[in-house]
Ligand binder design. Structure first.
Ligand SMILES: *[C@@H]1O[C@H](CO)[C@@H](O)[C@H](O)[C@H]1NC(C)=O
Ligand SMILES: *[C@@H]1O[C@H](CO)[C@@H](O)[C@H](O)[C@H]1NC(C)=O
Ligand SMILES: *[C@@H]1O[C@H](CO)[C@@H](O)[C@H](O)[C@H]1NC(C)=O
Ligand SMILES: *[C@@H]1O[C@H](CO)[C@@H](O)[C@H](O)[C@H]1NC(C)=O
Ligand SMILES: *[C@@H]1O[C@H](CO)[C@@H](O)[C@H](O)[C@H]1NC(C)=O
Ligand SMILES: *[C@@H]1O[C@H](CO)[C@@H](O)[C@H](O)[C@H]1NC(C)=O
Ligand SMILES: *[C@@H]1O[C@H](CO)[C@@H](O)[C@H](O)[C@H]1NC(C)=O
Ligand SMILES: *[C@@H]1O[C@H](CO)[C@@H](O)[C@H](O)[C@H]1NC(C)=O
Ligand SMILES: *[C@@H]1O[C@H](CO)[C@@H](O)[C@H](O)[C@H]1NC(C)=O
Ligand SMILES: *[C@@H]1O[C@H](CO)[C@@H](O)[C@H](O)[C@H]1NC(C)=O
Ligand SMILES: *[C@@H]1O[C@H](CO)[C@@H](O)[C@H](O)[C@H]1NC(C)=O
Ligand SMILES: *[C@@H]1O[C@H](CO)[C@@H](O)[C@H](O)[C@H]1NC(C)=O
Length: 432
């Protein structure tokens, strides 16, 4: 036996050896945790963060368990995970962000058939609402689908109640929504992919398939990420499925699992996980320019790029960060307009745009030049900021909304104005 092992290892090419070791270690990792065992999870079964218990799919590819909250390591999230680490479904709170619970929390499939996440204090944080529906067991499939079923069929399933993730082979249809905080993703009945902020601002609405679908009414479009990394759209009215995007690593065999996620930054990305890995790598993103993503820098925040990344700043020293430790929370005026000791004035910001998307685009639009764009806002009590687009269209947008989102770049021709208490202070250098 030992001879055989020695032979196997010494004759294996290094790459194969590495793969073998990786798969051995991931097996050990999975096997090292206490398991409730595959197959059906009976009524009464309970998971807790403290004993690291989990419910697994047959081959232990996916597991339902508590994982540490990345934002606060003393708290936990209840999640369906891939390889015990990558969250693909998470119990969320009313604000559509993962519901963080303490170490005394529990997730129980109650005898009445309800799957319930309870915080240490006893408060019900999330529930499947399936009590009294004849649920007899839970089941986690090898594709990552959590199912609550009665004797005949599924009563509730995570693929119909996705949080922020669509798994490979999962069919995402019209009427379903991914949510992440204030951001949501859905499929338009034209097959367009749409991203919306706070159920109001549609900051991304793109048809990838217009040459196929231009003159067609789609019946029930379905978005699918295939195991080969191709994102496609299919519909009864189309002869075949239409490619929306190729992940940059499409058709590569080293990929063990793929998923599409609406990230907390409002971008929709396709991810890959390599065999044996417990980290995911982004291979396609719907929004190419992160700074066009409404609200990413919070109210009055100005998005710009440093050498490598999008960063958030404030318009000028008339403003300060709402939370200096999290610049994405936006900026506030040091003195509110109604409290100005003297006059208010317009702070000028060159190469800056206040993002304007439907439905605001029609109501805030004015056909005036730059000086009038500044003055109209100064004189209108309801106007907080304005943007002269300067792209040849002649448009000025007066921002009446109490939430505005800025973008600054040397490549932008726009000039923007923000109402502040006089005097307008110098613009802040944008820094990481
Ligand atoms: C974990 O704790 C729960 C609740 O106390 C219990 O029902 C379950 O059997 C425990 N699991 C393991 C593997 O110890
Ligand atoms: C589980 O693993 C076994 C052995 O590798 C394989 O034959 C089987 O197809 C797998 N089952 C599923 C559902 O993937
Ligand atoms: C659960 O309780 C902890 C500790 O009190 C608290 O920090 C956390 O916010 C609670 N989670 C929810 C979702 O209520
Ligand atoms: C369960 O019902 C509550 C109250 O109506 C609702 O807020 C919650 O979203 C429901 N949960 C699921 C998983 O649908
Ligand atoms: C959750 O899934 C069930 C069926 O699995 C479906 O009837 C229900 O509409 C879904 N709820 C939401 C909020 O998507
Ligand atoms: C998705 O839809 C296709 C085509 O209708 C079907 O073959 C496949 O089984 C569906 N996938 C899932 C996970 O339901
Ligand atoms: C599709 O887009 C149109 C135009 O933006 C909009 O009126 C309609 O409500 C959208 N439909 C869905 C299902 O999102
Ligand atoms: C989101 O919309 C709701 C309802 O329209 C509004 O009350 C809330 O202030 C908005 N959130 C932000 C951050 O503007
Ligand atoms: C779909 O997206 C295209 C841009 O790709 C846009 O011109 C069109 O208006 C969108 N359709 C709907 C219904 O929103
Ligand atoms: C859609 O219909 C219009 C008018 O009939 C036609 O000019 C156009 O070429 C059609 N587009 C496609 C993609 O078939
Ligand atoms: C405030 O504005 C008024 C009218 O434009 C002007 O007459 C006055 O001088 C301004 N006051 C100060 C302190 O700038
Ligand atoms: C750019 O911003 C990112 C994110 O804040 C930061 O990690 C990085 O160090 C910054 N780079 C430079 C050159 O300032």
């Amino acid at each position: 036996m030992e001879l055989k092992m020695g032979f196997l290892f010494s004759s294996s090419p290094p790459a194969l050896l590495l793969l073998l070791l990786l798969s051995l270690s991931s097996q050990l990792f999975l096997n090292g945790l206490p398991l409730a065992g595959a197959a059906d999870i009976p009524l009464g079964a309970t998971l807790t963060p403290s004993n690291s218990s989990s419910w697994t799919s047959d081959n232990r590819t996916f597991s339902l368990r508590f994982v540490p909250d990345p934002d606060n390591p003393s708290l936990f999230l209840a999640a369906v995970t891939y390889s015990g680490a990558i969250r693909v479904w998470t119990a969320v709170g009313a604000d559509n962000t993962p519901a963080a619970v303490d170490s005394a929390a529990s997730l129980q499939l109650r005898s009445d058939g309800d799957l319930r996440l309870t915080n240490g204090s006893g408060a019900v944080v999330w529930q499947s609402n399936t009590s009294g529906k004849g649920v007899t067991a839970a089941f986690l499939s090898e594709t990552g689908k959590l199912i609550l079923k009665n004797r005949r069929r599924s009563v509730w399933q995570s693929f119909d109640n996705s949080t922020d993730t669509i798994l490979q082979t999962q069919n995402f249809t019209i009427g379903q929504t991914l949510k992440s905080g204030l951001y949501s993703f859905s499929l338009n009945n034209t097959g367009n992919l749409t991203l919306t902020w706070n159920d109001s601002v549609s900051y991304f609405n793109k048809g990838f398939t217009s040459s196929y679908t231009a003159n067609k009414t789609l019946i029930s479009p379905v978005l699918t990420l295939h195991t080969n990394g191709i994102v496609s759209l299919s519909d009864e009215s189309l002869p075949g499925s239409v490619v929306i995007a190729y992940s940059s690593d499409y058709a590569e065999s080293a990929v063990a699992m793929r998923f599409v996620r609406l990230d907390s930054d409002g971008n929709l990305r396709a991810y890959s996980v390599a065999s044996g890995s417990i980290t995911a790598t982004s291979r396609w993103s719907a929004v190419a320019d992160q700074c066009t993503d409404f609200g990413w820098c919070g109210n009055m925040g100005i998005c710009s790029y440093n050498d490598t990344s999008p960063v958030c700043g404030c318009p000028s020293k008339n403003f300060e960060f709402v939370d200096p430790s999290d610049r994405r929370k936006g900026c506030k005026r040091r003195t509110e307009i109604e409290d100005c000791p003297g006059n208010s004035t317009m702070l000028q910001m060159d190469n800056t745009l206040f993002l304007t998307y439907p439905p605001e685009i029609s109501t805030e639009q004015l056909f005036v030049g730059i000086t009038a764009c500044r003055l109209n806002c100064l004189l209108a009590a309801s106007c907080a900021a304005s943007t002269s687009v300067d792209d040849g269209s002649g448009y000025c947008y007066l921002k009446a909304s109490n939430f505005v989102s800025g973008y600054q770049s040397p490549a932008l021709p726009s000039t923007s104005f923000a109402k502040v208490c006089a005097p307008a202070l110098p613009n802040q250098p944008q820094s990481g």
